[in-house]
Write a protein that binds this ligand. Sequence first.
Ligand code: NAD
Length: 511
Amino acid sequence: MGIVEPIGSGGDRRRLRVRSPVSLEPIGEFECANAADVKVAVERARKAQVEWAAKVPEQRARVLWRLVDQIVEHQEEIIDAVIEETGKARSEAITMEVFSSCDAIAYTAKHGPKQLKTEKRRIHGLLGFVKKLRIVYEPLGVVALITPWNGPVVLSCVPLAQALMAGNAVVHKPSEVTPFSAKLVERLALAAGLPPDLYQVIQGDAATGAALIDSGIDKLSFTGSVATGRKVAEICGRLLIPCTLELGGKDAMIVCADADLDRAAQGALIGSCMNTGHYCCGTERIYVVEEVYDAFLEKVLDGVKQLRQGETGEFDVGAVFWDKQMDIIENHVEDARAKGASVLAGGRRNPELRGLFYEPTVVTDVTHDMDLMRKETFGPVLAVMKVKDEDEALALANDSDYGLNGNVWTTDTAKGIRIAERMETGGVCVNDMAMIYGIPEAPFGGVKSSGVGQVNGISGVRNYCHAKPITSDRRGKGKIQGGYPYTQKGTDGMQKLIRLLWGTRLGRWLS
Ligand code: NAD
């Protein structure tokens, strides 16, 4: 019995049933959009986009502000929908899904119009005397979003707001594990005054996602696993569609000898167990220098005992959202155990609870031969390794196919930043973890296998635009310089100019 399972087909559309990972009881069913449905959605979106693109950015921003109003007003509904689908802790539903969504949409509404303003750029050197340059930020058309199940509302709202702000229409395929909360976002967007068809959520699984990429879209914003990222990037490559790929991670934590160990231990627990460990920038590997290893581990083991797991009410660590992820978590911990690791806490499903609950787990004596230190586990597991010094920690942290984020813990912030600069990752937190995606000013995206391209940052909205340069001649009349007919005098003059401009100091300064 899976969390998502087929229940027969309605003609040429497959039907899927979704169960709660907490109660394992069915919570709803949906029909997977087929290739024809997806094409119709994209065509409708293309029509709706024309009018939307004609609005000035301030008008689009006003609709985004109203979406924020809707989210604030309906936050209980959002929290309930997300908890029902995922079994995450209520506190995580509030901070990660509601707070972060409001913050990101509001940031986009506030700063988007500035980012979209036509820019006049001075052209350098002599050309600047005769030509002018302006950059116009034009929408791309129809943007497809394909999103995962670990942050069903926030991972919908962040790219949605940026793509809409830029003047695009959006067709969105959420994960089949969390299909209903994205539908709720669609409903709230309509209630906020978004024109019909401008944002459409189509439900389905991999086949629907693949059909969406091949349905005439102008850009794909994909968030998901490395394996799927490779597949979708291949299709985008064939179709020459731009895409950003926000993929998985295996974030390392480095604990230096001078770290505030209480803070670092808290950081390890929350970094690894937040959102049941289903966080792309979750801490998956912890390297601790030997001077403080025992003291750090003791604090972590004390802390893990305090973590409450539950089905309802106040608790800290929720359900594993999907049975397929449970298999991965169990396999990684078993592989580590079989290869000599010690499981000091957890390491099993919670026998007290009905649903998919994996106990917060602490594993030591780990090595880089184990899946737990190599592959993305995406579960509430702290894998702790003793290292000689910071250099060894850094070498091991960088010994990974992934490079999403990482974190460093030291009371010497300058040293922390130096270590951060040497980490081969898309971003790093010092004395903190998992912050980068939540800071809209910060460009976010992985290196190595963790992704291609960046999202957010001060030009987040421009990622959904074509930056079109338009040049104009200052005079606009008379003979075109360097035009026909070519003459000996003209070419000699050009060669003299080259020598003057780049063959002399003064020329280099002028050019
Ligand atoms: P996934 O790759 O299995 O699925 C992601 C989405 O792609 C889903 O909507 C799925 O239905 C769709 N899909 C699957 N196969 C497809 C195909 N062949 N063509 C088109 N679409 C297809 O990932 P997941 O298990 O849903 O999500 C977890 C992963 O997402 C983890 O690796 C996590 O680290 C990553 N993630 C990354 C970020 C980030 O910003 N870097 C954020 C959240 C999650």
